[in-house]
Design a binder for this molecule. Structure first.
Ligand SMILES: O=C1O[C@H](COP(=O)(O)O)[C@@H](O)[C@H](O)[C@H]1O
Length: 459
C-alpha cells in the first residue's frame, strides 16, 4: 500500500446524531483548513439509505462549514453508504473488505453496541493499519474499562486505539501547553506554594436538547467530569514536556491522573449533585429535568455535578481542584480559575486589603485574564483588582476537526490512553457508589439560575 493512499474513514452508526451533529462538520472543518487532504468517507448503519441520501447528508454538513467547492466535490465523489448490520460477522467482514487504504473505524454507536462489535471484530482479519476510534463513555467503571482495554488490545495495538475526547481538540485547552511552557513568568508559580485552589468549570445554558436516551443513563458526572474535565485537569497540572508529542503528553497526563484522588478520600464531603427544576433561560421555557421527554425520574440523574480532588504529588499536594459542570444554567461559564495565595505580608498603610490574584483561562470563547491587585483610580494607597486580559481567537478547526486530523494521521496525541481512561474511573468510583447509595443528597436548582444556593464558587 502506498504511503499516500487515502485513508478510509468508516463510520459505524452513520445514521446517528453524533455523525450528523459533530463528525461530519468536524471533517468539513478539517477539509476547509486542509483542502488537499485525501480521505474516503464510508457511512454504515443498519437502516437502508441510498448513497445519494448519504451524499446529501455529507453535503449538507460540509455546506455549514463551508468546505471549498473543489474539495467538497472530490470527497463527495468517493463517499458511499453501505447498509450493514454491524453485529453480523459476515456483513461486517464484507464491509471492511470493501474499504481500501489505511482504515479508521469510527464507532459512532452506543457504548454497549461498540463492545459487541469489538467481539465480532475478533473473528475478522483487520487490514494493517487499522485504527479504532471510540467515543465516551469508555466502560462504566475501572473494571469494565480495564476489560474493554484488554479486548481492544486483541484487535490492534494501543497506539492504534483512539479514545476520543473532543476537549483535547479545543484550542484553548491545547493553548495551556503554550501558556504554561512557553512562558517564563508562570512556570515558577505553577505549584502549591503559590496556587491555593483551582476551579475547572463548564456550566452550559443548554438543557437536555432531546438527548435523554444518552444523558439520562449518564448524568453530568460521567458526561463531563469523568471524561472531559479530568482531561483538562491533567493538561493543566502535568509536569513539563520535552517535546509536543503523543508519548510525552500521554505519559505526563497519565502520571497526574494516577496521583489524583477525591479530596480527603470522602465522597460525602467532596461531591455535590443537583438537578434542574422548571425555569426560563432568556426566552426559552425549560421544563423540569424529570419532565423532559424520555427521562426516567427513578434514575436520579444529576444535571449538575461538582467534585473536589487532590493531586498527591510534590507539585500539587494540598491544593483542591474543584471540577463542576451543569446544564440549564443561567450564565454559561466555561473556565479554569487558578486562585493564588495571599501575599505573605501586605505592608501596613494601605487603606484596603488586597485580594489574592487570579489567572482565569476562558475556554469558550477563549481568553486569558490575569487579575491583579493594584491601586484604584486616584489614591495609590487604595487597592483594587484590575484585569489584564488577552482575547484568544477561535481555533482554525472545530474541536472534532482537530481530533480527526490527528486520528487520520495516526497520531494519538489528542486521545485518551487506555491506562488514563482506567484512572479516570478509579477517581470517580467512590462518588458513583456514594451517589448510588443516596449518601449525597440530590439538590435542586431552577433552570436559568446559578445552581442551588451556596454553590456558586467564590471568585
Ligand atoms: O461531550 C459533551 O460535550 C458538550 C460540551 O462541549 P461543547 O464543545 O459542545 O461545548 C456537552 O454539552 C455534552 O453534554 C457532552 O456530551
Amino acid at each position: 500500500m502506498s504511503d499516500d493512499a487515502p485513508v478510509t474513514l468508516l463510520i459505524l452508526g452513520a445514521g446517528g446524531d453524533l455523525t450528523h451533529r459533530l463528525l461530519l462538520p468536524g471533517i468539513g472543518s478539517l477539509l476547509k483548513c486542509e483542502p488537499q487532504r485525501k480521505v474516503q468517507i464510508v457511512g454504515a448503519d443498519r437502516m437502508a439509505k441510498s448513497s445519494e441520501e448519504w451524499k446529501a447528508l455529507v453535503k449538507d454538513s460540509f455546506s455549514t462549514v463551508p468546505v471549498p467547492a473543489r474539495t467538497a466535490k472530490s470527497v463527495m465523489s468517493k463517499t458511499r453508504y453501505q447498509q450493514t448490520n454491524v453485529l453480523d460477522e459476515d456483513e461486517l467482514r464484507s464491509l471492511i473488505e470493501s474499504c481500501s487504504g489505511p482504515l479508521v473505524i469510527y464507532f459512532a454507536l452506543p457504548p454497549a453496541i461498540t463492545m459487541q462489535v469489538c467481539t465480532v471484530l475478533e473473528a475478522i482479519d483487520l487490514p494493517n493499519p487499522t485504527r479504532l476510534a471510540l467515543e465516551k463513555p469508555f466502560g462504566t467503571d475501572e473494571k469494565t474499562a480495564h476489560s474493554f482495554n484488554r479486548r481492544l488490545h486483541k484487535l490492534v495495538p494501543e497506539d492504534h486505539i483512539f479514545r476520543v475526547d473532543h476537549f483535547l481538540g479545543v484550542s484553548t485547552v491545547l493553548n495551556l501547553i503554550g501558556l504554561r511552557f512557553a512562558n517564563r513568568i508562570l512556570q515558577p508559580i505553577w505549584n502549591s506554594e503559590h496556587i491555593e485552589r483551582v476551579e475547572i468549570i463548564y456550566d452550559e445554558d443548554l438543557a437536555l436538547e432531546g438527548r435523554a436516551g444518552y444523558y439520562d443513563t449518564n448524568g453530568a458526572l460521567k458526561d463531563m467530569l469523568q471524561s472531559h474535565l479530568l482531561q483538562v485537569l491533567s493538561v493543566f497540572a502535568m509536569e513539563s514536556i520535552a517535546e509536543v508529542s503523543a508519548n510525552e503528553l500521554q505519559d505526563q497526563k497519565a502520571q497526574v491522573l494516577r496521583a489524583t484522588r477525591l479530596w480527603g478520600n470522602s465522597p460525602k464531603r467532596s461531591s455535590r449533585r443537583a438537578r434542574y427544576t422548571a425555569g426560563q433561560i432568556g426566552s426559552r421555557k425549560i421544563p423540569a429535568y424529570v419532565k423532559e421527554q424520555g427521562v426516567d425520574p427513578s434514575r436520579m440523574t444529576e444535571t449538575l455535578a461538582e467534585i473536589t480532588v487532590e493531586i498527591d504529588n510534590n507539585r500539587w499536594s494540598g491544593v483542591p481542584f474543584i471540577l463542576r459542570s451543569g446544564k440549564a444554567m443561567g450564565e454559561p461559564r466555561k473556565q479554569i480559575v487558578a486562585h493564588f495565595r495571599d501575599v505573605p505580608h501586605l505592608p501596613t498603610g494601605f487603606k484596603t486589603a488586597g485580594l489574592p490574584d487570579q489567572l482565569i483561562i476562558d475556554l469558550k470563547p477563549g481568553a486569558v485574564s490575569l487579575v491583579l491587585t493594584m491601586n484604584a483610580e486616584g489614591d495609590p494607597m487604595d487597592l483594587e483588582r484590575k484585569v489584564l486580559r488577552a482575547e484568544l481567537a477561535d481555533g482554525l478547526m472545530l474541536p472534532y476537526g482537530e481530533v480527526l486530523r490527528y486520528l487520520l494521521d495516526g497520531n494519538p496525541m489528542l486521545c485518551v490512553r487506555g491506562d488514563a481512561a482506567e484512572s479516570c474511573w478509579r477517581i470517580m468510583e467512590p462518588v458513583l457508589k456514594a451517589w448510588k447509595a443516596n449518601r449525597v443528597p440530590m439538590e435542586e436548582y431552577p433552570a436559568g439560575s446559578d445552581g442551588p444556593d451556596g454553590w456558586l464558587p467564590a471568585s
